[in-house]
Design a protein around this ligand. Structure first.
Ligand code: MLT
Length: 312
């Protein structure tokens, strides 16, 4: 019977390699986090866990692809806060983040950094604020498209300073970083998982971190509040999802595997070196992810409406 077949499928799971779709370019922050987690999950599951980059449309292309994929546990999505902002930013999304996925668990909360090409004129956060207010659209600001964390951070920054910059979209902040390093773009706001090593190497300028406290991996970078930008706090939460309707036994196995990966010392150390940390086991659960997604969707709908951003 079909039921017996499902039970067997769950029992034998995983019987083939699993693909985790990252909805941004290779080499960027989501990709970096996912590859670390995928490697550790692969050891736990005794199966290959392959990362596939499907960039475009601020993460909504890759997310839509997983929403439409077979719900057999072999195609998963690792996505961030963009799952909660996209519904407010897009007039018609081809998927519903809250009903088209089976949440597996939260993964990490990544601080952001406000950074610029190394020869960008402003020296401090206070200088940067003045510079943005005086130069507005003459400044180029890289982001990973509408729905990306970098786009959300830019939106909040421009709203806080009541000005516009010229936004330049990429398929991920990996390629945006290449252009920042090359001096083709002025600035961006991106996750520490993509900026820490370049900041420490002095390859780019860092003005602030977006967390209430300084980030241990970047002790010399002030918080936004220290830099004169009050109430500018943003942490990029990430979650792992399967398509809706995935066998609960498979979801449970994936949750256990995610928890094992996050408890892995190599993963924890790599995360710390990148300015972030794995969430505790009680957050790496379907319930915690579902609750975060619901609460954040509500929060960002209000913030985005208040910022006067119209849906695409
Ligand atoms: C990426 O992985 O490229 C980033 O997470 C994009 C972003 O959301 O800014």
């Amino acid at each position: 019977t079909a039921l017996a077949a499902t039970c067997v499928a769950a029992q034998d799971y995983p019987a083939q390699p699993i693909t985790i779709v990252v909805p941004f370019s290779a080499g960027g922050p989501t990709d970096t986090v996912t590859r670390l987690v995928a490697q550790a999950m692969s050891e736990d599951l005794g199966q290959q866990v392959v990362v596939q980059n499907v960039g475009g449309a601020g993460g909504t292309l890759g997310a839509g692809q997983v929403a439409a994929a077979a719900n057999d546990g072999y195609t998963l999505l690792l996505h961030h806060i963009g799952m909660s902002t996209a519904p407010a930013l897009y007039q018609s999304l081809p998927f519903d983040p809250q009903t088209d996925f089976a949440p597996i668990g939260l993964v990490t909360n990544v601080p952001m950094t406000i950074v610029a090409r190394r020869d960008f004129e402003p020296e401090t956060m206070a200088d940067l604020i003045t510079h943005i207010q005086e130069n507005g659209e003459n400044i180029t600001y890289a982001n990973a498209g509408i729905g990306a964390a970098s786009q959300l951070c830019g939106l909040l920054l421009m709203d806080a300073l009541d000005t516009r910059m010229t936004e330049v979209p990429y398929q991920g902040t990996g390629p945006a970083m290449t252009d920042l390093l090359g001096g083709q773009i002025d600035m961006m706001c991106d996750q520490t998982t993509n900026t820490t090593s370049q900041i420490l190497a002095g390859e780019i300028k860092a003005y602030a971190v977006t967390t209430p406290e300084r980030v241990a991996a970047l002790p010399d970078v002030p918080t936004a509040a220290e830099g004169g930008l009050e109430n500018f706090e943003l942490a990029i939460w990430h979650g792992l999802y399967a398509p809706a309707g995935t066998d609960p036994a498979i979801v449970e196995r994936l949750t256990t595997s995610l928890q094992a990966a996050l408890a892995n010392e190599t993963v924890a150390q790599s995360f710390a070196d990148l300015g972030t940390y794995p969430v505790p086991a009680d957050q790496a659960t379907p319930d915690a992810l579902a609750q975060t997604l619901a609460a954040q969707t509500e929060l960002w709908a209000e913030v985005i409406a208040a910022a006067g951003v119209s849906a695409q």
